[in-house]
Ligand binder design. Sequence first.
Ligand code: DGL
Length: 266
Amino acid sequence: MVTPVADLPIGVFDSGIGGLTVLRALQAHLPRESFIYLGDTARLPYGTKSAETVRRYALNAAAHLVARGIKALVVACNTASATALDQLQSAFRPLPVIGVIEPGALAAARVARQGSVAVIATEATVRDGAYQRALLRQGVRQVFARPAPLLVTLAEEGREHGDLVRRIVADYVLDIATMSRADVLLLGCTHFPVFRAVCQELLGADAMIVDSATTTAASVASQVSPASAADGRTTYLATDGVDRFRRVGSFFLGRTIDTVELVDLV
Ligand code: DGL
């Protein structure tokens, strides 16, 4: 029997396990839906690679999910959303392909009272300028963007607290958020929500800190037809290190991951 489109899972793709922060918001927002999450752990990080390479990797990963049957694709990776979203949308049209940059910019613009936003992201995301453009489109007056690559490594180690974490986060965040006098700090990378508490502590309780996860989930909900039966299952795929994915992924997802299937994209 052919599965009706509405009952197909929603595909979610990231360069690794950080995108589980977006999956977590999707699962909370759309509890009746099934998801299939692919982490391209063999090729992580994307954030230090050229735009051409990121596009090639993103197309590969997306093609794998599309071949399995999905009703929409969420590009949870900020770097892939910044550099490859247009290519993914045209390659897989009419499939809805939703990135995290516009929803993240929307979340920041909504709370930027004086109209200035500081963004931390990967090198590739900052270089592409996608957040800067999206924020200006949303009416933000000033954008300060800074790469914070070491935070990806710390998050991958499962480190979210401690003196070292605090010192590194402070180095990235204090000058951009304080010197720029930004109203809002936008965490423009899948891995950075795990440092929200440290950022809040450093910037003060009143500082506005946002990420893309919740607004992305709302955008997905508005673009997909709801599943007819509540399934709520998630399948996890990774291109390398399934044990590590299970272990560190549970930290990003906030719940235990039991099974991860190893897949090859080449
Ligand atoms: N997923 C990437 C992002 O959100 C971070 C990790 C990487 O560099 O691949 O930009």
